[in-house]
Design a protein around this ligand. Structure first.
Ligand SMILES: NC(=O)C1=CN([C@@H]2O[C@H](COP(=O)(O)OP(=O)(O)OC[C@H]3O[C@@H](n4cnc5c(N)ncnc54)[C@H](OP(=O)(O)O)[C@@H]3O)[C@@H](O)[C@H]2O)C=CC1
Ligand SMILES: N[C@@H](CCO)C(=O)O
Length: 436
């Protein structure tokens, strides 16, 4: 059989990894896929730069739309990132009967429903394994390997850049800016790194996992998002003293009231495997009713790890492209007509435990006032630590861990505590998960 013909849209970090691994493993891939996989052409806005990045003399065009719809192309591989023109190109490729492979989590999280419907109507596949957790085959695992389970929750370190920053800051005392620069140099960061830092990239990914885990449409606009920009090194230290690590977690959980969908810095017991995932590594824990907890760990970013997922999709599509479309694995794991309308819960209705750091005047009765407010709101304290603020003899930091409560209740209590004239600075509030 003739090799399957692919078109690459974009010639950056991931595209360079794809070209390299396709070339290096071509014989092995032919044995897996049943035929060769050949890059017919690459679309890039700067051919010179593209040639240098790809390290191979491939045909390069600046006409993205023409390549995405060209008659000899079987699979369009979108590796540009961003929404526009990626969305228009992917939809045009689908309309032209091409299968699509993409690493673009922003595109899938925001426009997945539209793209999957178009693909379904045209009978083509859209594969996006690389969109979540780089080289870890988490979509395959969740969609196929765990198909027997009713998934209860998914929680993961799914942004390599922020995990790298948190690890380096904690272990080497490096500055935020220095480590971010290093993450950019290593090809981990998004084109706009604020997507990493502000938790948006992780939210794109947990939105996708949420849809696949629970059989609901992708709903990025309902995700609660908090990044690491405001995280203070003092809280990382206090968390350690209390036996916890702080990680930027994406969490989605099924509850009787609806589905939680959130990204925020989270205290996790230091003894959990996931708390010890360092650098740009990613890890995802999936709790299924039959299997229990399973953990998926690996490189979450970088050219070759991401290429590993892109090429796995290429092999899948190559094998399945002649199969009856009805027999293919549905894009969101559940049949398109069987997606549920379970609501995504606003953060105020989420139930979790908390870490609070409250800077107070160091005088008698202050702690009693704080604990009284928490007790009145029905919140109980799990652990308490008091440390000098380091700023003045008259100030002290009170650090509290609470048991689980509803976020709206915690918000009310925090407003009352903040209003005390013995409280001297904005209260730091982080969420804590035991991941049991
Ligand atoms: N890097 C990683 O580790 C991972 C990345 N991803 C995702 O993979 C995709 C590609 O990422 P990555 O390779 O890192 O990105 P890069 O920025 O390295 O490469 C993007 C490529 O697309 C081109 N491009 C971007 N925007 C446009 C546009 N509007 N019109 C024409 N060409 C454009 C760029 O051209 P130019 O060079 O001229 O800017 C470049 O060739 C993104 O969706 C990203 O989120 C997913 C997993 C891991
Ligand atoms: N910027 C992303 C790339 C992988 O999706 C990260 O750091 O995880």
């Amino acid at each position: 059989m003739n090799p399957i013909q692919i078109a690459l849209l974009g010639a950056g970090t991931v595209a360079s990894g794809v070209v390299k691994v396709l070339e290096r493993n071509q014989e092995e891939l032919r044995r897996r896929a049943g035929r060769g996989i050949e890059v017919a052409a690459v679309a890039a806005r700067n051919p010179e730069k593209a040639r240098e990045a790809l390290g191979q003399d491939l045909p390069i065009t600046q006409d993205f739309m023409q390549l995405a719809t060209r008659s000899d192309i079987d699979i369009v591989v979108e590796l540009m990132g961003g929404i526009s023109p990626a969305r228009e190109l992917v939809l045009a490729a689908i309309a032209a009967g091409k299968h699509v492979v993409t690493a673009n989590k922003a595109l899938i999280a925001l426009h997945g429903n539209e793209i999957f419907a178009a693909a379904q109507a045209r009978g083509v596949m859209v594969a996006f394994e690389a969109a979540v957790a780089g080289g870890i085959p988490i979509i395959k695992a969740l969609r196929e390997g765990l198909a027997a389970n009713r998934i209860e929750w998914v929680a993961g370190i799914i942004n390599g850049t922020t995990n790298f920053i948190l690890s380096e800051m904690r272990d080497k005392g490096a500055s935020f800016e220095t480590v971010l620069g290093e993450a950019q140099r290593l090809g981990y960061a998004e084109a706009d790194p604020s997507f990493d830092i502000e938790g948006i990239d992780a939210a794109h990914k947990i939105t996708i996992l949420c849809a696949i885990a629970f059989g609901v449409p992708v709903q990025f606009d309902k995700a609660y998002i908090e990044g690491i920009a405001k995280l203070d090194a003092a809280d990382i230290r206090y968390a350690e003293l209390l036996g916890y690590r702080i990680k930027l977690l994406g969490i989605t959980r099924r509850t009787p009231a609806g589905i939680e969908l959130r990204v925020h810095p989270t205290l996790i017991p230091a003894t959990r495997l996931v708390a010890n995932v360092e650098g740009a590594m990613n890890a995802v824990v999936v709790q299924g009713d039959a299997v229990g907890a399973t953990l998926y760990y690996g490189k979450g970013a970088g050219p070759e790890p991401t290429a590993s997922s892109v090429i796995a999709d290429l092999v899948d599509v190559t094998r399945l492209h002649t199969a009856d479309p009805e027999q293919r694995v549905p894009h969101l794991a559940f049949q398109p007509g069987a997606l549920a309308d379970t609501p995504i819960l606003p953060i105020e209705q989420v139930q979790t435990a908390y870490y609070l750091r409250i800077r107070v005047r160091d005088e008698a009765g202050v702690l009693a006032e704080i604990t009284h407010i928490l007790a009145e709101g029905g919140m109980s304290i799990d652990a308490l630590l008091q440390r000098p603020s380091g700023e003045s003899d008259q100030h002290t930091d009170v650090i509290l861990l609470t048991h689980e409560t509803i976020e709206s209740r915690m918000n009310q209590a925090l407003a009352s505590i903040q209003a005390l004239d013995t409280v001297l600075a904005p209260i730091v509030r982080l969420r804590k998960e035991e991941l049991r």
